[in-house]
Design a protein around this ligand. Structure first.
Ligand code: NAP
Length: 277
């Protein structure tokens, strides 16, 4: 495993496991399997409605809590100082833990600043090891950095071969923050797993398309947590530390940029839709 060190010294495993859209009734078994296979970093959210099942999986595993890295996120319906503190406690209860490793604002909408103050206070109280945001544009991220008492340590944004956000890792590094990629495998869309360029690169290294993508992100210094409910893919996705893509192959992947994200996080329709959730 490789790690990134956050601005406060906290070490985050660069590869983790995402649980978005895993139905609650499957989550406990999937997470238990992932722990058994060696995953120690899990990315969930209040709005994924499967925190309780992750908590059960952790409780039933033999791995001590301190060996796990758990991220969860506050949804916009709980934004605001007091509401966020309440949502945080609910997440703790569901996850059956007394601290969160990384707590994130899920969207850049609504009362971001009151919510951020709650995260700062929970961090000062030692209940969160690191704090950050998701889906903040460079401008909004800069604004938060300029106005926060404790700067966000992470920005979790969409990054994959079709939406590469070139240079985002350097931009965030200048602000002492680490980038996490959501949708690293482009959620399996647009034929990504049969893409000719990625397949050809994979053949050279004896690796699958998924492994090439995850390696490309890791070499950019980005944190990844692909989601899969299938054991063989969980094994495949974690087997990415025994090869290195050449500069030439890193460059070749740049050709896949489409400029089109899976989710336009700044689109008015998306913002209106989120408000209804
Ligand atoms: P993803 O990890 O890019 O893709 C998951 C899809 O790829 C699933 O359909 C999975 O299917 C398939 N897959 C996984 N490994 C594969 C492999 N080796 N070969 C072939 N297919 C494979 O998408 P994601 O779940 O959206 O993103 C990852 C995590 O990021 C989420 O789980 C969540 O934790 C986080 N996230 C955050 C935000 C945010 O706004 N902050 C938004 C979206 C996601 P199977 O399960 O059938 O294997």
């Amino acid at each position: 495993m490789e790690y990134k060190t956050l601005s406060n010294g906290v070490e985050i495993p660069q590869l983790g496991f995402g649980v978005f859209l895993i139905p609650p009734e499957e989550t406990k078994d999937v997470v238990k399997k992932a722990i058994e296979l060696g995953y120690r970093h899990f990315d969930t959210a209040q709005s994924y409605f499967n925190e309780a099942e992750i908590g059960q999986a952790i409780a039933e595993s033999d791995v001590p809590r301190e060996e796990l890295f758990i991220t969860t996120k506050v949804w916009i319906s709980s934004y605001g100082y007091e509401e966020t503190k309440k949502a945080f406690q609910e997440s703790l209860d569901k996850l059956q833990t007394d601290y969160i490793d990384l707590y994130l604002l899920h969207q850049c909408m609504g009362d971001v600043y009151s919510t951020w103050r709650a995260l700062e206070d929970l961090y000062r109280e030692g209940k969160i090891k690191a704090i950050g945001v998701c889906n903040f544009s460079p401008g909004r991220f800069t604004d938060l950095c300029l106005n926060a008492e404790i700067k966000p340590m992470v920005n979790q944004i969409e990054v994959n071969p079709f939406y590469q956000q070139e240079g985002t890792e350097d931009f965030h590094e200048e602000l002492d923050a680490v980038v996490e990629a959501w949708g690293p495998l482009a959620e399996g869309k647009d034929g990504i797993f049969t893409n000719p360029i990625l397949s050809e690169i994979g053949e050279k290294y004896g690796k699958s398309v998924a492994q090439v993508i995850l390696r490309w992100l890791i070499q950019r210094g980005i944190v990844v947590f692909p989601k899969s409910t299938k054991e063989s893919r969980m094994i495949e996705n974690s087997d990415v530390f025994d090869f290195e893509l050449s500069d030439e192959d890193m460059e070749k992947i740049k050709e896949l940029e489409t400029g089109v994200p899976i989710v336009e996080v700044d689109n008015p329709e998306f913002i209106k839709m989120c408000k209804t959730l």
